[in-house]
Ligand binder design. Structure first.
Ligand SMILES: [Zn+2]
Length: 79
């Protein structure tokens, strides 16, 4: 008897983007001044706020950050 594929329990919400680890980013990337994926300088016209809430730990504090990327990032989500 052939059984179907086992049910995959992990369902990632579609709006959640994979982000690089914040420790690998430059200070400008951490501040949302540069793209978190490719490091290009962002302007008001090209910047895209990555949806969702993002946190990182610094000195035992859970700190929120607001990563941004370029709107059509070659290294970003869906690339
Ligand atoms: Zn980019």
């Amino acid at each position: 008897m052939i059984t179907g594929r086992t049910q995959n329990a992990t369902t990632a919400p579609p709006e959640r983007e994979a982000l690089p680890s914040i420790v690998t980013l430059t200070q400008r990337q951490q501040r949302g001044m540069d793209c978190v994926h490719c490091g290009i300088v962002l302007t008001a016209a090209t910047a895209f706020d990555i949806p969702g809430e993002h946190y990182y730990r610094r000195a035992d504090l859970r700190t929120r950050w607001y990563p941004r990327r370029c709107r059509n990032c070659p290294k970003g989500a869906g690339a």
